[in-house]
Design a protein around this ligand. Structure first.
Ligand SMILES: CC(C)(COP(=O)(O)OP(=O)(O)OC[C@H]1O[C@@H](n2cnc3c(N)ncnc32)[C@H](O)[C@@H]1OP(=O)(O)O)[C@@H](O)C(=O)NCCC(=O)NCCS
Length: 423
């Protein structure tokens, strides 16, 4: 049985941050009802690769959901939402600041309508503080949560990371909060409001950088490959440094293309075996015991020498050949995998992390699979819904409306007119 079977979620989220969360909950078996404006989640039409078809941006974030269109700027649409709130366990949204209040569905009102219901919101910066009124997208959160200032090299610009830590990362945080609040609601009969700010989520994911920020008050950071000193104030960008207690970096391999790199962690426990294997081939047979490299303290001080030697060794091998050599020595390492590498990887396919789906508008396509594997409730991934595909089904099944009522609501524009900006 699916883990969240019987949990019904009113999913008012859009774009990426919220839909990531509701898709995961749907994969765990929740009945996720995606409430969309009559024009649809904006991502349906963004970055389209197939004319007139839902974009991959949308399809990859909205699987296993049902879609209902509701025009929340009509009294009839508001009434439908009110009744859906009564029938659901969770309501989630990631509108801009104040949007839901303007529509008449503040947390206080929602709690009044259904006291058991848990409500979750994602905002760029939360509901309090000087930034509360600002909208946010992924890279705004990366910029303001500490990720960008610590990504890149010291004499280059700050960089964003390809992993969507601001959007998808925040969605994961929300999922944890919702499930905790749901558990509590089951015990107490009372829902609560769960708020996750994207900036807070990014800070949480940059925790080790705030560790280093405080360490700088006491002295330099010996594991950093770039200069640091006591009282430096802010944590510098440090390229591909490991960020942990073990030294790590990416080395360039044959044939030296854009992704011909292997990330290697020179774990203390494997130093001797690694140095014995590398040393003879790079003209330093006593590399393991060389006083400049023999201890972790010395290796930190002489990182440049160590990485020069490892890079010299790597030059003769492809990333896969080098990985094989190092795996035999139990050295933690990983090839830099391109999207093409991953889409064709046997391990990835075997773990159902690159899943083929069919779609009435776009035909065959792939989604990244469910990363959380529940032994008794494996995810079954189904395609994303078309806009409003389940409007009538939900009105009949969930709200018990008959044909006459549905038709009257349709006439009144409850599901169809384009939303207008509030006056
Ligand atoms: C992502 C974001 C910047 C997009 O901004 P936006 O496109 O201006 O959208 P907003 O959420 O601010 O506003 C949506 C509008 O659609 C309207 N709307 C939404 N659903 C509706 C429906 N079913 N029926 C009628 N109107 C609807 C809202 O009432 C609002 O209109 P208003 O401005 O007149 O109040 C903003 O939603 C945001 O900051 N969200 C929180 C942070 C976040 O999640 N960001 C990451 C996204 S991946």
């Amino acid at each position: 049985m699916e883990a969240l079977k019987g949990v019904r979620i009113l999913d008012m989220t859009h774009v990426q941050a919220g839909p990531t969360c509701s898709q995961l909950l749907a994969w765990m078996g929740a009945d996720v009802i995606k409430v969309e404006p009559p024009t649809g989640d904006i991502t349906r039409g963004q970055l389209r690769d197939v004319p007139n078809a839902d974009s991959l941006y949308f399809t990859m974030l909205n699987c296993n959901k049902r879609s209902i269109t509701v025009n929340l700027k009509t009294p009839e649409g508001k009434q439908v939402l009110t009744e859906l709130i009564r029938k659901c366990d969770i309501l989630m949204e990631n509108f801009g600041p104040g949007v839901l209040d303007r529509l008449g569905f503040s947390w206080e009102r929602v709690h009044e309508i259904n006291p058991r219901l848990v409500m979750g919101s994602i905002k760029g910066f939360g509901s309090t503080g000087p930034y509360a009124d600002f909208k946010a997208y992924e890279n705004v959160a990366q910029a303001m949560g500490g990720a960008m200032s610590t990504t890149g090299v010291p004499d280059g610009p700050p960089y964003v990371t390809g992993a969507q830590i601001g959007d998808s990362g925040t969605g994961l945080h929300l999922a944890i909060g919702l499930l905790a609040a749901l558990r509590q609601a089951e015990r107490t009969g009372l829902g609560q409001y769960v708020e996750v700010a994207m900036m807070d989520g990014v800070m949480n994911l940059c925790r080790v950088k705030f560790r280093d920020h405080q360490r700088l008050e006491r002295g330099p950071l010996p594991e950093y490959s770039v200069p640091t000193y006591k009282g430096m104030g802010e944590v510098p960008r440090a390229g591909n440094d490991s960020g942990g207690g073990q030294l790590g970096n990416a080395v360039h391999c044959k044939p030296h293309g854009a992704n011909d790199w292997l990330y290697i962690v020179v774990q203390e426990a494997v130093w001797e075996a690694l140095a014995r294997r590398i040393g003879p081939e790079v003209g330093m047979p006593d590399m393991a015991t060389d006083p400049r490299l023999a201890t972790i303290g010395e290796r930190r001080k002489n990182q440049q020498l160590m990485w020069t030697l490892i890079n010299k060794f790597a030059e003769k091998y492809t990333k896969r050949e080098l990985m094989k050599i190092l795996n035999e020595l139990d050295v933690p390492c990983g090839p830099i995998m391109s999207t093409a590498d991953l889409a064709n990887d046997e391990h990835v396919r075997g773990r159902q992390m690159w899943v083929e789906l069919d779609h009435p508008q776009r035909g065959k396509w792939f989604n990244v699979g469910m990363p959380i594997k529940l032994s008794a409730s494996p995810a079954v991934i189904r395609r994303s819904p078309l806009l409003g595909e389940h409007t009538e089904e939900i009105l009949r099944e969930v709200l018990g409306y008959d044909e006459a009522r549905i038709s009257a609501l349709k006439q009144a524009g409850a599901f169809s007119s384009a939303p207008k900006k509030a006056a």
